[in-house]
Each structure stands twice: as C-alpha cells, then as structure tokens.
Ligand binder design. Structure first.
Ligand SMILES: NC(=O)c1ccc[n+]([C@@H]2O[C@H](COP(=O)([O-])OP(=O)(O)OC[C@H]3O[C@@H](n4cnc5c(N)ncnc54)[C@H](OP(=O)(O)O)[C@@H]3O)[C@@H](O)[C@H]2O)c1
Length: 286
C-alpha cells in the first residue's frame, strides 16, 4: 500500500481504528476522518508510535451535518491530489429517535447520507483512470432485516413508532443499495464493494443504545470478534490484488463474495434511494 492514499471514516474507534492500524503497517498514507479532532489526533499519534508510519493525517468530519461533510471534502481535495481507497466505515446505532442537523433520522443520515455525499464530492480525486480507486462501504448482515421507509426518513412517524434496530437495518441496507447503484453508474471509473465485518466487540451499541441493549451488548462483547479480526474484510478489499476488478459486490467476514438480501438486489429500489439521496444532498455538492 506504499504511495496509496486511504481515507477511513470513523477511524478513531472500533473496526475503523483497527483497519487504520493494519493499513498503516502496510505503508499506506492514511487520512483519519473523524468527528472529534482530539480523538483523531490521539489515534494518529498512537498509529505513528505503534506502526512507525508517519504518513497519517486527520480530517474533521461530522457525518451528521452535511455542512461538515462538504467542508471536509473541500479540505481533502485541496490537500490531496488523489484518493486510492475510500472506506466508508463510520456508523452509529441509536435506540431513540434523533435527527441530523438537516433533519434526517440519525442512523440513515450518518450511516448512509453523509457517506453518500462524501463519496460524490470526492469523486474527482478517485476518477483518475479505470480501476484506479476503490470505494468500500461497511454494511452489516443486519441489512437483511431492513426495508427503506421513504415516508419516515426524517422521523415523520415520531418517537413512539421508532424502532432503533429497524432503523439501523434500514441504514445498512442503504449501504448495500448505494454500493450497487454506485457501481451501475460509475463502475467504469472505480470499483465499489461492501461488506459485513462479523459481530465485533466494539462500543457501537453502547454509545446510544437503550439501557437493555447496552447491558446485553456488554455481556456479549467479550465473546465477539476483536476489532482487528473485524477489520479483515475491509483490509482485504482495500489492499488485495484479487479484488482489483471486482465491483458492486457484498462480502462476508471471511472475505467471500456472497449474495445480499433480495431487497438489497432490487435495482429499482437502488435507483430510487440514489435519487432521494441526491436530492437530499444537492445543495452540499461541490
Ligand atoms: N460492531 C459490530 O458488530 C458491527 C457489525 C456489523 C457492522 N458494523 C459496522 O461497522 C462500522 C464500524 O462500527 P464499530 O462497530 O467499529 O463501532 P464504533 O467502535 O462505535 O465506531 C464507530 C465510528 O464511527 C464514528 N462516528 C459515529 N458517528 C459519527 C458521525 N456523526 N460523524 C463521524 N463519525 C461518526 C465513531 O466516532 P466516535 O468515536 O466519536 O463515536 C467511531 O469512530 C459501522 O458502520 C457499523 O455499522 C459493526
């Protein structure tokens, strides 16, 4: 990965941090895109110290605010001529209804919409030549439980009707649909794939989950995969020559190509979600 520039969202914790460590050891030039500049800098310092790789930059990015996504894109493009790998990894699980700065349901907004805008804005740095760059979307097997409820993407049905797990599944389904549609529209310019990392012992459900979820997750966590193992498929998709020409696909935690759910393979739904997302981020496009 020498001479490759890799941007990882949510690189200060969990799977993103482990992915950053593994790619730093391979010599990549990393850009850690995180919402907390303090946490990002702490992670960058730790990476330099533990891996010896000094090519570690940070980029302020709050995916829950499209102004921040646009500003981060501008900053990246001003400082880096090329982006070889974009890993859309950041994610949030939320037990109660919360909205982004632009009024979208938080999990849809952060896990899908913010990454959608970031990817579109960074396209000029990725469309260098055919098969030049890779986009990797960290989805989840939970996508199989999801549908896209277009009438509730701004939390229109209210807190009482809110089901955090269903909203999480919806956002992870959006990751797969986005992968498919990005490949359909731009497959001749770059490759794009998505993955399920496995059940990984991170703090994902502890941050904004309900008390019961936090308690169950805390008990289960020691038996789950380590974040480093959870990074296996992201690292594989970012660096392996085996997948240089593979695009529009979904991978399992063992780096095997598998079929996502029938809903995730619905081309009409993928187009509809793209059109909805494009309209939602329109005023923030570069
Ligand atoms: N853990 C699992 O079992 C599992 C299973 C399937 C899929 N996944 C997926 O794996 C990815 C990584 O999750 P994880 O388990 O590693 O969780 P994690 O340890 O909580 O890491 C999530 C990362 O996303 C960042 N993030 C959250 N909201 C953000 C925002 N508004 N703007 C920018 N960054 C934001 C977090 O920043 P802060 O540190 O500031 O909160 C953190 O760096 C997610 O996409 C998740 O859906 C995880």
């Amino acid at each position: 990965m020498q001479d490759k520039t890799v941007l990882i969202t949510g690189a200060n914790d969990g799977i993103g941090k482990a992915t950053a460590e593994r790619l730093a050891r391979k010599g990549a030039h990393l850009v850690l895109a995180c919402r907390s500049e303090t946490k990002a800098q702490r992670t960058a310092d730790w990476l330099v110290e533990t891996t010896g790789n000094e090519h570690i930059d940070t980029l302020p990015l709050d995916l829950a605010d499209l102004h921040s996504v646009r500003a981060a894109s501008e900053l990246f493009l001003a400082e880096h001529p090329r982006l070889d790998v974009l890993i859309n990894n950041a994610g949030v699980y939320c037990g109660s209804l919360e909205l982004t700065s632009q009024g979208y349901e938080l999990q849809f907004g952060v896990n899908h919409l913010g990454h959608f805008l970031l990817t579109l804005n960074l396209m000029p740095a990725m469309q260098c030549s055919k098969l030049c760059s890779r986009v990797i979307n960290v989805s989840s097997a939970m996508h199989t439980k999801g549908g896209i409820d277009f009438g509730n993407l701004r939390g229109e049905r209210g807190e009482k009707a809110y089901d955090g797990t269903r909203a999480y599944a919806q956002s992870k389904l959006a990751n797969v649909l986005f992968t498919k549609e990005l490949d359909r529209r731009h497959g001749s310019e770059l490759t794009t794939n998505c993955l399920h990392p496995g059940v990984v012992g991170t703090s994902l459900a502890n941050k904004k989950g309900k008390l019961f979820t936090k308690a169950v997750w805390s008990m289960y966590k020691p038996f789950a995969k380590t974040p480093s193992r959870g990074a296996d498929t992201s690292v594989y998709l970012a660096s392996s020559p085996e997948v240089r020409e593979v695009s529009g696909r979904y991978f399992n935690p063992n780096q095997c190509l598998v079929k996502p759910s029938p809903t995730a393979r619905n081309e009409q739904l993928a187009r509809r979600l793209w059109e909805y997302s494009a309209a939602a981020v329109h005023e923030f496009l570069l």
